[in-house]
Design a protein around this ligand. Structure first.
Ligand code: LMR
Length: 334
């Protein structure tokens, strides 16, 4: 090869390398809720912070509302590396073989967010993330979305009201037991399909915090929404392990810092977002919001306590006892 051609080939190689070097690292962040929710806003905050702190060397593409992947496929796509970041509800890790995450679904196990944070920010939260590593997934953070209510086209005040109701749930065996303990029939369904299923009567009701009820317009097809606070919607922000560990150390450090700040942001806005969504649900006049009396809530708790015992096998009796200690939960006091 003449020197001239060799030099030409070299300059092409250099310019390609330079172009490649300037191409941003792309993080596809897929989730299933509306942008105007704690998780949706947390994802956009992470995008803002990550792109700013890496001077554009990282580009975060956020895909809300199941636009890219929906329930039931998003975790496999993460393992395949087709998407780099997700924030699924912790109630959706059972099919992956990590049923221990369903400890968060134990009815009435948390009275408030501080008790929840004793778990997410403590030993138990980190030990759950450890269980994902063998599946090619790294857990980065937990994001809150508050306490769930129960909705239906009949008033749900007491467990007896659930009889004959078909209730949509996430893919969690604990939530399956929860609905059966109340006398309802559970039906697992992707979040993106719930509105239409409620509208057409495929299911009679569901459970979610106000921010999800409102942003998916579920309040428009549900006559009643009971503020039961029987469980939480909590998210695990997870990444593809190979991708994350392959990042340049300086980039990974910047993204870790961005995730810490986005987590603080998402958790700080969670309560306000849900309070505002509840106010909008009430103002719509489309659904009657029910507050339980102390006796009614006691009846729910008594009916649901057996779910804890029934899931000692999948969650671990010691883990449940540890959560009782961390949260001050006393079954005898129900
Ligand atoms: C649900 O499927 O009901 C929720 O997990 C959706 C979400 O991500 O908040």
């Amino acid at each position: 090869m003449s020197l001239r051609i060799a030099l030409a080939a070299l300059s092409v190689a250099f310019s390609m390398a330079a172009a490649h070097a300037q191409q941003p690292i792309v993080i596809k962040f897929s989730h299933v809720v509306a942008a105007e929710t704690p998780k949706g806003k947390g994802a956009l905050k992470f995008k803002e912070l990550a792109e700013k702190s890496t001077n554009g060397r990282v580009k975060v593409e956020v895909y809300p509302n199941s636009q890219l992947y929906k329930d039931g496929e998003e975790l496999q796509m993460l393992q395949l590396g087709s998407v780099q970041m997700l924030a699924p509800s912790v109630s959706k890790f059972g099919p992956l073989g990590a049923r221990e995450f369903e400890l968060f679904d134990l009815p009435y196990i948390f009275d408030n967010v501080d008790e929840l944070h004793n778990i997410t920010q403590g030993r138990i939260g980190q030990s759950l993330f450890k269980k994902l590593e063998g599946k090619g997934i790294l857990g980065l953070a937990y994001w809150d979305n508050g306490f769930k209510g129960m909705s239906a086209n009949k008033a749900l005040r007491l467990p007896a009201d659930f009889r004959g109701q078909k209730m949509r749930i996430q893919s969690s065996k604990v939530l399956d037991s929860e609905m059966r303990a109340l006398g309802a029939t559970p039906q697992v369904m992707a979040f993106s399909e719930v509105y239409q299923a409620l509208q057409t009567g495929v299911v009679d009701g569901t459970e979610n915090p106000p921010s999800n009820m409102y942003t998916q317009k579920m309040h428009e097809v549900q006559k009643f929404f009971t503020l039961s606070d029987h469980g939480v919607i909590e998210y695990a922000v997870v990444v593809n392990k190979k991708f994350w560990e392959g990042l340049p150390p300086d980039i990974r450090a910047a993204l870790d810092a961005a995730m810490k700040e986005a987590t603080r942001f998402a958790n700080d806005i969670s309560k306000q977002e849900n309070d505002e969504a509840l106010a909008k649900i009430k103002a719509s006049g489309k659904t009657q919001v029910i507050t339980l009396t102390a006796d009614e809530k006691k009846a729910w708790k008594k009916a649901l306590l057996k779910v804890h015992k029934d899931h000692e096998g999948s969650i671990g009796k010691d883990t449940i006892q540890e959560i009782y200690k961390e949260t001050g939960f006393d079954p005898a006091k129900l």
